[in-house]
Design a protein around this ligand. Structure first.
Ligand SMILES: [Zn+2]
Ligand SMILES: [Zn+2]
Length: 140
């Protein structure tokens, strides 16, 4: 294995202690976590202040190691750290399980079309909602 080191992976080596803890909790989680849920889980690790968690989340989100799910106001650890562009998050309405797709061509096209409308995109949030295989069979 001789993978190219992408920025997100490189950032991982330079994480502050608090950021690393927040990331570890998110990576161990079954699904997305809201900030207060994270805070609950981190309390036993000595992280008490909400601002500490919010600052860590802001840094992790900027570096691409964590994604914010806008429609749920929750966070997940990135599962596809090899990609650089914004992910398309595919979310189960029922259980919140979240996968990510990387559609760089689609995103490039959206950027071009927005530019044609005179808008340079700063942030892109793409979220697809549905039901995962597990929840789909469980309720029928
Ligand atoms: Zn990702
Ligand atoms: Zn589900």
């Amino acid at each position: 294995m001789n993978k190219t080191v992408v920025p997100a992976q490189r950032d991982r080596y330079r994480l502050r202690e608090n950021d690393r803890r927040v990331l570890e909790v998110l990576e161990a989680a079954e699904g997305p976590l809201r900030a207060y849920e994270l805070l609950d889980l981190l309390r036993c690790e000595g992280i008490n202040g909400p601002p500490t968690v919010y600052r860590a989340l802001a840094r992790l989100t900027r570096s691409g190691l964590v994604h914010r799910i806008e429609s749920m106001n929750a966070y997940i650890a990135c599962r596809a750290p090899c990609s650089s562009g914004p992910p398309v998050l595919v979310i189960c309405d029922q259980c919140g399980s979240t996968e990510e797709l990387h559609e760089d061509i689609v995103i490039a096209r959206l950027r071009r079309r927005a530019r044609a409308l005179g808008i340079e995109l700063d942030r892109i949030y793409l979220e697809l909602r549905g039901r995962c295989a597990r929840c789909g069979t469980a309720s029928e």
